[in-house]
Design a protein around this ligand. Structure first.
Ligand SMILES: *Cc1c(COP(=O)(O)O)cnc(C)c1O
Length: 475
């Protein structure tokens, strides 16, 4: 270490001095001194690390500047971190933005149950312990034709639980073309390993035949697993074994067959001009032993994993101690019940936010876009604002090859770069998440509720006026 660097490190702002300045601002009333000291130490440590990295040329902040950083962090602690954003990306089931927004009915159920006590695990008729799944079991069975139903924390948990319950220590046969990864952390081969099941690949990446499964079934086979390739398609010379054929193979050889549907759609999207996503009811009707899918993809509800199937298997799954670790919580259950109840009415699903967005006509999106454009008229000195055609995406690993026509609001900032504007939109009090491409910021109002447009309008006005005043934003 050079003498210069040593000198610099000795001259860093001292923690006591920083804290004295911080206390002068008197935030100690809001945060215990112990936390303040910890934040102060963090800031000093970061400054020291930065100086070590940058060497003697490093800029060392003054004690006042260091105190300001501490105050900023104390301020952030008091503000909610998880909060509402406006999704202007046009990606309807955006996993990073929380997937499906809930419908009013689900929200009402959630608030009622969250606010006080509930009969979560209490049988009111008998006055004794009940089961939490009972609240959605008959709804799920009625809507899908399944014999029995169970719900857990999410679909990854459902897959893990079913594999472990029915095939631990044995082989599960999966087509090579279905060994998929979803969103980075969920990979079928890894989940299988963790569930204690031995993966036995059958077929090839692009083609798998019924005979591949038939040849692979043996003494050690515990299950046949079919995975819906939710987030990609193999095109060209391909072949997969349809579920009914797998069900037949499983039945002839007394091996349970499980289908991980991924999205788990309850309505026939073919009727709306989309590619045929197998509905849950169709999958159940094949006689498959167990089906799993997510609550917050095309179902349009809260994060949950739904397991449907034959009663004898579901009883084994329910008794697995893992089930207790993966169980669904009461708020989710309440929201799920509210969502499912909507499906009893054939017109119901159309009022789910996911389907309102997916089925909204490009003309209607354009109307919202024009309304926003009119409101932004006064900002023309800051942004060039136009409209253009584009596509929205279903997202969330569902309908991978589908694109939905849309109309985009195009913002070309006159002084900022597009990526700076994108960041400024994200840093608003109500963050607006847009698409940023080269020199344009694109707003797709398909995923923006009419009542949310005002957040975009206000946000852009705020950004433009700060820009004109030459101010730096607060954050
Ligand atoms: C999305 C998906 C999962 C994971 O579901 P989560 O509810 O996100 O845990 C598992 N399998 C398939 C096929 C999926 O599409």
């Amino acid at each position: 270490m050079t003498e210069d660097l040593n000198q610099l490190l000795r001259n860093l702002p001292k923690i006591d001095e920083i804290l004295r300045l911080v206390e002068k601002e008197n935030p100690s009333r809001r945060i215990p001194r112990e936390y303040m000291v910890r934040i102060g130490r963090d800031v000093v440590r970061e400054i020291r690390e930065r100086v070590r990295e940058a060497g003697a040329a490093a800029l060392v902040p003054s004690p006042g500047e260091a105190a300001r950083r501490v105050l900023e962090r104390i301020d952030l602690l008091g503000r909610p971190s998880l909060r509402k954003v406006v999704n202007a990306t046009g990606i309807i089931l955006h996993t990073n933005l929380g997937r499906a927004p809930l419908c009013g009915e689900a929200l009402a159920r959630l608030i009622e149950v969250a606010r006080g006590y509930s009969n979560l695990e209490y049988n009111l008729e008998e006055g004794e312990r009940g089961l939490r799944y009972d609240h959605v079991r008959s709804l799920l069975c009625a809507l899908t034709g399944a014999e029995d139903a169970l719900v857990v924390n999410n679909n990854a948990a459902a897959v893990l639980l079913v594999l472990n319950s029915l095939a631990e220590g044995k082989e599960a046969l999966v087509s090579r073309g279905e060994l998929i990864e979803i969103g980075g952390e969920f990979r079928i081969p890894e989940v299988m390993e963790k569930s204690g099941v031995i993966l036995r690949e059958v077929g090839t990446t692009n083609r798998t035949h019924g005979s591949d499964y038939e040849r692979a079934v043996g003494e050690r086979t515990g299950m046949i697993l079919k995975v819906h390739t939710s987030n990609f398609r193999i095109l060209g010379f391909t072949g997969e074994v349809p579920l009914p054929e797998l069900v037949r193979i499983g039945r002839e050889r007394a091996v349970p067959v499980m289908n991980d549907l991924g999205s788990g759609c309850f309505i026939n999207l073919g009727e709306y001009g989309f590619a045929d996503e197998p509905t849950v009811r169709e999958a159940v009707a094949t006689g498959v032993d167990v089906v799993t899918f997510s609550g917050d993809k095309l179902l349009g509800g809260p994060q949950a994993g739904i397991v449907l199937g034959k009663r004898s298997y579901l009883e084994r799954i329910a008794r697995n101690p893992l089930n207790r670790a993966l169980r669904i919580d009461k708020l989710t259950l309440a929201a799920l019940e509210g969502t499912l109840r909507l499906y009893l009415d054939p017109e119901g699903p159309a009022s789910l936010p996911v389907y309102r967005a997916l089925l909204e006509s490009p003309d209607h999106v354009e109307k919202k876009a024009r309304a926003l454009m009119r409101k932004l008229k006064p900002l023309e000195s800051s942004f060039e604002i136009t409209l253009k055609k584009g596509v929205s995406l279903p997202g969330g690993g569902s309908l991978p090859t589908e694109e939905v026509e849309t109309v985009l609001v195009v913002l070309r900032p006159r002084t900022l770069t597009a990526s700076r504007l994108g960041k400024k939109l994200r840093m608003l009090d109500v963050p607006v998440i847009a698409r940023v491409s080269q020199e344009e910021v694109l707003l797709d109002l398909r995923t923006v509720d009419g009542g949310e447009i005002v957040f975009i309008e206000k946000g852009l006005k705020e950004i433009a006026s700060r820009e004109n005043a030459g101010e730096e934003p607060r954050r």
